[in-house]
Write a protein that binds this ligand. Structure first.
Ligand code: UDX
Ligand code: ADP
Length: 480
């Protein structure tokens, strides 16, 4: 029997749920999609007439929302109604690393996923296909299945018999390119046991994805593939970052090394940009999951191997902080350091695990006065990320405050403000506008001897050097 999906409910209106459902709604106008979330403000923002308030910034997303919202795409807090109407429920909620208890610091906290499974068990009617979209530890589908099939919610008898199939359909979109990743995916992975349920999901994707790119596997292979894909990508970044340090002391240049090795088609050119360490919600969390799983299964050497990828990432961030301090005569106390970029990569407003957070904290701990700029991140997000450190909007650089010797930060959207009286500028996110800065127009505003630290290798080095500013680029050993 063929299952045709007419109504989808997605639980979780975040960075994954929002863009993914927007693209499905755009491609399948006859399917009604309701995205539900417990966070009322988030839903309000998704429904705001002012599109600049959309909670997720992604190039191309706003246009899709304009086309689909209130047509076949709806944002709501009414979890119960929309689950009960749905033929297919996507679970797309957050699964952060556990802070306490068993597996703290490594295992994912599944309380939100479990809550979703219980909600689906309580409100679904008839046959419902449940799709895991969140990145989850291997075997989570089993947990969801157990909850769905053993739930004895009082309303079950009223609704008649409910039945469920569980699919794993991990998301491979990268933030900043989410819409094109969703429209032109390299592959769509669907894991499951029931061919009819798998086919129902294939039928949705095949409207715009060539069938040869839709892969189906068993559930566990699908869950594990997502963790492994992210672990391999993160490993590549740690590998190239470890070599950046070697370049700096040997006279090699990491850009030349990356390019030279990338010509080997077995290595490939992508994902070889050295930088301040990977951020984002997935890489660290997924590797921690892999480490936890390996330890649980007695594979300590496997766990140690993947833990090394995370260690290098942390080391790279602290290494950059130390270099900044060293170049500024060993002390940055009360010096103004301008931070260009706070999101974990360009073209997103997401700051989760951003290298900027840890580098800013290092510098604040040394007493620096930071002026942070980012074109898309807002003040309140920076405030959350740097909650332990005081902010001061106007008086931050007043001399009486300087005496306190305490690190402080302020945030600005105004590039003019960034350079005024600054001892150093540190580029941490590769926003394209930073590569257009005319350093010859900026140098007179900075305090000499001024420094520019380019951790993303995006600046025009001639422009910086010709302006007379001291220049340091990650992985550049040409000046030793
Ligand atoms: C990643 C995966 O790419 C995606 O497939 C998965 O679904 C989610 O996790 P995302 O975290 O959004 O996506 O961004 P990604 O482009 O992978 O970048 C992750 C981090 O690595 C960023 O901090 C980025 O700046 C850094 N990075 C990436 C580098 O430092 N160098 C590179 O060459 C590439
Ligand atoms: P991701 O990057 O995986 O999309 P986000 O944190 O951006 O993660 O989004 C996850 C969303 O899921 C949040 O907006 C959160 O409020 C929502 N959420 C978590 N648990 C539930 C739940 N039980 N019911 C509805 N929404 C939930």
């Amino acid at each position: 029997m063929k299952t045709s999906i007419k109504n989808i409910c997605c639980i979780g209106a975040g960075y994954v749920g929002g863009p993914t459902m927007a693209v499905i709604a755009d491609q399948c106008p006859e399917i009604t999609i309701n995205i539900v979330d417990v966070n009322e403000q988030r839903i309000k923002d998704w429904n705001d007439k002012d599109y600049s308030k959309l909670p997720v910034f992604e190039p191309g997303l706003e246009n899709i929302i304009k086309r689909c919202r209130d047509r076949n795409l709806h944002f709501s807090t009414n979890v119960k109604t929309h689950i009960s109407e749905a033929d297919m429920v996507f679970i797309s909620v957050n699964t952060p690393t556990k802070l306490n208890g068993v597996g703290a610091g490594e295992a994912s906290d599944l309380k939100w996923v479990e809550a979703c499974a219980r909600e689906v068990a309580a409100y679904a009617s008839g046959y419902t296909i449940v799709v895991e979209k969140s990145t989850l530890p291997v075997k989570t589908a089993e947990v969801i299945k157990t909850i769905l099939n053993t739930s004895n919610h009082p309303s079950n008898s009223e609704r008649g018999r409910c039945s469920f199939d569980i699919l794993s359909n991990p998301e491979f979109l990268a933030e900043g390119t989410a819409i094109s990743d969703l429209k032109y995916p390299e592959r769509v992975l669907i894991g499951g046991e029931n061919q009819q349920a798998i086919q129902a999901l294939i039928d949705i994707y095949k409207r715009w994805v060539p069938t040869e790119k839709i892969i189906s596997t068993n559930t566990w292979s699908s869950e594990l593939s997502k963790l492994v894909a992210n672990a391999f990508l993160a490993q590549r970044i740690s590998s190239i970052n470890s070599i950046s340090a070697l370049c700096e002391v040997t006279g090699a240049d990491i850009k030349e090394v990356s390019s030279a090795i990338g010509f080997d088609s077995r290595i490939g050119k992508k994902f070889l940009n050295s930088g301040p360490g990977f951020g984002g919600s997935c890489f660290k969390k997924d590797i921690l999951n892999l480490v936890y799983l390996s330890k649980q299964l007695g594979l300590q050497s496997v766990a140690n191997y993947w833990e090394g990828v995370l260690e290098i990432n942390k080391w790279q961030q602290h290494r950059i902080s130390k270099i900044i301090i060293e170049k500024l005569f060993g002390t940055i106390s009360s010096k103004k350091i301008s931070i260009l970029g706070f999101s974990f990569k360009a073209n997103t407003n997401d700051t989760r695990e951003s290298a900027s957070i840890s580098i800013c904290k290092d510098l604040l701990n040394e007493g620096a006065l930071l002026c942070i700029h980012d074109p898309k991140v807002n003040f309140s997000q920076v405030e959350k990320d740097l909650e332990d450190f005081p902010t001061s909007q106007d008086k931050i650089y007043a001399s009486e405050e300087k005496k306190l010797n305490q690190g402080k930060w302020k945030f600005t959207k105004n590039m003019e403000e960034v350079f005024e009286g600054s001892d150093a500028v540190v580029v941490l996110t590769e926003w394209s506008q930073y590569s257009e800065i005319k350093w010859e127009n900026v140098v007179s505003k900075m305090r000499a001897p001024a420094w520019v630290f380019d951790t993303r290798s995006i600046l025009n080095s001639d422009s910086v050097i010709n302006s007379g500013i001291n220049y340091w680029r990650l992985g550049d050993g040409s000046n030793i």
